[in-house]
Design a protein around this ligand. Structure first.
Ligand code: HEC
Length: 266
């Protein structure tokens, strides 16, 4: 789903960032919420969305009114907050608790880690490629995704440029909207890959429909022009890409699928 956001008087269309395992994410200095780190806490992030447009403000006040008339909600409000009247601040806190409850931890990957399942050969090959750093001579095959998608949620929760645009790109400048630092142009929050099979279309603007398209981008589509010194993506662009075979691309996709628990569509 696309959401239009305003930054410095410029509007950009963004994909909704997946709300996955936020209860377990890193809260280090410099980390933030939203694709460009628009807020420093989850509550602030949700508040930005709840207050963003007149439409949303109307939705929130209608909801407060509707819920206030329900005895079950009045009782729950007293139990949770020790006050009688629900208001938009309390609704925000309740919403934050709900979002924090969206946790996913029983994927095939987790079962394998717990010794209760095994990867298929394709998933295992994909896992190895995901973790390995390739050497310049090509004797070690690897895609080094782990440089940014690491830790229990497969994100370091930092801002990175993954080479989607050239340096002169005028549209969404990502983290630069917050810091005004030219080096932050094109940097976005590294998203968690938990539940990734269900969070498409992918990237901040939803430009890739499939995980295969994503891996193909890393393999041969990374634009070096936008990358500044020290960007981890630099070697993806050097020597014309990672040089993965079709089979290796499929293997990485197979591994990515193991990070998702299939959930019924409601
Ligand atoms: C330099 C850090 C970095 C590396 C290395 C990296 N990624 Fe990413 N990845 C990102 C960033 C940043 C985004 C979000 C970019 C955006 O939306 O503009 C992203 C987005 C994604 C997404 C889309 C998730 C979503 O919900 O939209 C997938 C899938 C993904 N990466 C998989 C991989 C795989 C597979 C590899 C290895 C081949 C990899 N990444 C290597 C930083 C990285």
């Amino acid at each position: 789903m696309n959401v239009r956001r305003e930054f410095d008087g410029e509007s950009v269309d963004r994909q909704v960032i997946p709300l996955v395992n936020l209860a377990w994410r890193a809260h280090g200095p410099g980390t933030g919420y939203g694709w460009s780190g628009d807020a420093t806490t989850l509550r602030d992030m949700l508040a930005i969305h709840m207050e963003r447009t007149e439409f949303m403000q109307a939705v929130v006040s209608e909801e407060v009114e509707r819920l206030s008339g329900t005895p079950a909600i009045s009782n729950a409000t007293i139990r949770a907050f020790n006050v009688r009247a629900l208001d938009s601040t309390l609704l925000l806190k309740a919403l934050e608790q709900y979002v924090l409850s969206l946790t996913f931890f029983q994927s095939t990957y987790d079962l394998v880690m717990a010794g209760q399942a095994s990867f298929t050969p394709a998933q295992q090959r994909g896992r190895d490629l995901f973790y390995r750093i390739p050497d310049p001579q090509g004797s070690v095959r690897g895609a080094a995704c782990i440089q940014c998608h690491n830790g229990p949620n497969f994100s370091n929760y930092e801002y990175a440029n993954n080479g989607l645009e050239d340096a002169d790109h005028q549209g969404d400048r990502g983290r630069r909207f917050q810091t005004n630092d030219p080096q932050d142009a094109g940097r976005f929050l590294v998203p968690s890959l938990r539940q990734v099979a269900e969070t498409g279309p992918f990237m901040h603007d939803g430009r890739f429909a499939s995980l295969r398209d994503v891996v193909k981008h890393y393999n041969s589509g990374v634009r070096s022009g936008a990358l500044v010194e020290g960007d981890l993506m630099r070697f993806y662009a050097q020597a014309g890409g990672l040089g993965l075979t079709d089979q290796e691309i499929d293997d990485i996709v197979a591994f990515l699928y193991t990070l998702t628990i299939p959930t019924p569509i409601e």
